[in-house]
Design a protein around this ligand. Structure first.
Ligand SMILES: [Zn+2]
Length: 191
């Protein structure tokens, strides 16, 4: 499982909403994703009987600002198109180098909460500023939600207690305001 295997290349892929949010936020790009798919090395394989197996790829390249590294997790499921689950920049304390996880002694953040189910990253308690969800086609945002955040992939976890409270508040329609949002329609290129 060491970084000695080329991952193989294919521009055929789908990505999760979370990855799209990263692209929209400028944290990554389809160029970076395709670079990782074509040039990345397989550094870990994760087995999961519920979600299916996944593979962690790493690519390192030189930019004007020095060396950059990117990790990309993709589904290892046997399907025609690969699914990009999430991407992130490998940093301390989780990674001592782009391809090497830090030793146990360096992992000090909230060890009692365990690690991220999806990527194994460290978790920390936060108040989620904007916890959004959709219901009957409407977008709702709940603020100040006590959650656990994976510092690596950004996945958020809610306790059952918090989820039940939210469920009740939503059912009761206990919303306090409406915010404005900008809208854009996707345009097919060409034609
Ligand atoms: Zn994670």
């Amino acid at each position: 499982m060491a970084g000695d295997k080329k991952s193989g290349c294919s521009a055929e892929y789908q990505l999760t909403e979370q990855v799209f949010r990263q692209i929209a936020a400028g944290e990554t790009s389809t160029v970076e994703i395709e670079k990782t798919l074509s040039q990345g090395y397989l550094i870990e394989e994760h087995k999961n009987e519920h979600r299916g197996d996944s593979q962690l790829l790493c690519v390192v390249w030189s930019s004007e600002n020095g060396k950059r590294a990117r990790h990309l997790m993709r589904s290892a499921a046997d399907s025609p198109q690969q699914l990009i689950l999430w991407t992130y920049q490998p940093n301390r304390p989780q990674w001592s180098t782009p391809v090497k996880r830090a030793g146990q002694e360096e992992q000090t953040v909230n060890a009692d909460l365990g690690s991220c189910y999806f990527c194994g990253g460290d978790l920390k308690s936060i108040l989620a500023g904007n916890y959004d969800f959709r219901l009957d086609g409407e977008l709702y945002v709940i603020k100040k939600v006590p959650a656990t955040l994976c510092e690596q992939c950004g996945e958020k976890y809610l306790s059952a207690e918090v989820a039940k409270n939210l469920e009740e508040s939503v059912a009761a329609g206990a919303f306090t305001g409406v915010i404005q949002a900008y809208v854009m329609e996707y345009k097919v290129k060409g034609d």
